[in-house]
Design a protein around this ligand. Structure first.
Ligand code: ADE
Ligand code: ZN
Length: 335
């Protein structure tokens, strides 16, 4: 292992774009299937991984939703979440904002309370035992109806103290941000912070980014790499200091082009670009692997790597005091 590898490993990190259901590793899938008396159509983890053949967002999402059928009881959600937090801590993630997809569970008969109490208990244990802090962001599935999203928002209200914000994910095609205008307005009124996915190279990517900024008023954008194609949007992102949570390994799977050059351009332009892992159990890389790949492609030095981490702590939904403490720890880091 080289010096840069060690430097990246030790960097104090912040993860802002991570779907907890996308951290379900094949081995845990088998364990949960056994616990719940379910038969999986694969002999072992290697055979399951070999079947992960996706080339775009739609083909990835099909496998992602099929995989989570093994998550049924509160302990399943606990185990999923604790395993991720342990992995993140081992890569020196100090703080993570974690997406979850409640409708992907309530839609198949698992209660909202089961999902969130399992996630929450794992967060508390991980903070106490491992020293990693985290927050939850509830995502709505954009290829389902706005009415179901609103019902989910209302269902979440008794757990409001456990959820920091809301997001929008799943299949973007023909599902623009404005479809959820009323849902996000209500979420804002309830005190939730707002983010939305603008996946890379979607039909109408630029219009969706514009809607996120002008019509929804998001606090940050998940992916959003296509912003570079439009100088006016770039100017808005810079002026409003809108962070972008980019996921390079994920991008190389679900688009047919790598986004490394774009990450370099965003850094050069002074945008709040951050590096994240999205669905690491499916794409084969957690946050350190994303940093390693980008460092290699762009030949980033220590200062630029620290800038990417600082961007994430700046973008995080933390109090000023907590953010400053993390930033000070990062500034002191020498590798
Ligand atoms: N759900 C899980 N991962 C996603 C992604 N990369 N884009 C949209 N929805 C998702
Ligand atoms: Zn995502």
């Amino acid at each position: 292992m080289g010096a840069i590898h060690d430097f990246i490993h030790g960097l104090p990190k912040c993860e802002l774009h991570l779907h907890i259901e996308g951290t379900l590793e094949p081995e845990l899938k088998f364990a949960l299937a056994a616990r719940n008396g379910l038969e999986l159509p694969y002999r072992d983890a290697a055979e399951m991984k070999a079947a992960y053949a996706f080339h775009d967002l739609t083909s990835f999402l099909k496998i992602y939703y099929e995989g989570m059928a093994v998550l049924i009881g509160e302990q399943d959600f606990y185990d999923l979440s604790f395993a991720y937090l342990a992995k993140a801590r081992s890569q020196n993630v100090l703080y993570a904002e974690i997406f979850f997809d409640p409708q992907a569970h309530t839609g198949r008969g698992v209660a909202f309370a089961t999902v969130i109490t399992g996630l929450r208990r794992a967060q508390l244990d991980a903070e106490r035992v491992l020293g990693i802090r985290s927050a939850l962001i509830m995502c709505f599935l954009r290829d389902w109806s706005a009415e179901y999203a609103m019902a989910t928002l209302l269902e979440s209200l008794p757990y409001k103290e456990w959820i920091i914000g809301v997001g929008l994910d799943s299949d973007e095609r023909d599902n623009p941000p404005v479809k959820f205008r009323a849902v996000f307005a209500r979420a804002r009124a309830e005190g939730y912070l707002l983010t939305m996915h603008c996946d890379v190279n979607q039909t109408d990517s630029l219009e969706h980014i514009r809607q996120c900024i002008d019509d929804i008023g998001v606090a940050r954008i998940d992916h959003g790499v296509n912003v570079l194609e439009d100088p006016a949007l770039c100017a808005q992102v810079l002026e409003r200091k809108l962070p972008l949570t980019v996921c390079p390994i994920s991008n190389s799977f679900v688009t047919n082009s790598s986004q490394f050059a774009a990450i370099g351009k965003m850094l050069d332009a002074g945008m709040g670009v951050t590096l994240n892992s999205d669905d690491p159990a499916y794409f084969g890389g957690y946050i350190s692997e994303n940093f390693l790949l980008v460092q290699r492609e762009l030949d980033l030095d220590g200062a630029r790597l620290k800038q990417l981490c600082a961007n994430a702590f700046e973008a995080a939904w933390l109090s000023r005091a907590t953010r400053d403490a993390y930033l000070a720890r990062l500034a002191d880091y020498r590798g």
